[in-house]
Design a protein around this ligand. Sequence first.
Ligand code: AMP
Length: 246
Amino acid sequence: MNLTELEQTLVLIKPDALKNSLTGYVLSQLSEFHTALRFAGAKIVQVSQMLAEEHYAEHRGKGFYPSLIEYIRGNVHYPNEPDKRRVVAFVYQGPGAIQKIRDIAGPTNPHNARDNKPGCIRALGTIVPIKDEAGNFLGDRMDNLIHASANLGDAEREIKLWFRPVDIPPLMRLYATVKCQEHYYLKNNQLLTSYEQGSLLLVAPGDIVWQSDLEALQLLHKGLPSPCSIQTVAAKYLINESTEND
Ligand code: AMP
């Protein structure tokens, strides 16, 4: 099978879609019947601060960034119900997966979506003004129900951020994997290869991991420059590990 057949994209059902009970609607719109795409992975994720910041790294520093992080973590839609704060993450696979899903999702801005593509998923979204504590207008947050990867590079980065290889059936995996030979732990944003009190296990010998993650861990442990940070690797291996509302 060629790579075009295996193309993958990340879809996140965001907290506003969950709050408004639109999950079934979204999944129907994206179904194999409509798109000829198949699920390669699915999981419910309580989004940590680290994962949210990694996912939206390209927006760091922008006016809407803090509000965007609160939104994807579910703090906006479930302010008093931390147990309901989650997103549903999917990997869809098949020819043209990225563009097909983006077409059905529609424009990022829900107002544009309603004006230019009635019937798309994001036409059901909302724009929320962001204000500082004094009530001054800072910008808009776009509550647009789903995330969909923008291109092949983003899809690879995002799928590897949200999914471990073992979340995806072996014959559906698109990116190289390896069997880990070492322990790696995280403590105070430092990488360790042996356990210390308070450290969190990221990977252990025998674990199947993305090859790029293991290469990054090996470089970072030697103090060498790496294509991605400790947080980028750690965010995924710690998904749903902690009950803390960090
Ligand atoms: P993108 O990386 O373009 O998929 O954007 C990720 C999310 O950030 C979008 O789904 C919006 O919720 C939000 N976003 C992107 N651009 C803006 C913007 N200019 N103003 C407000 N929110 C935005």
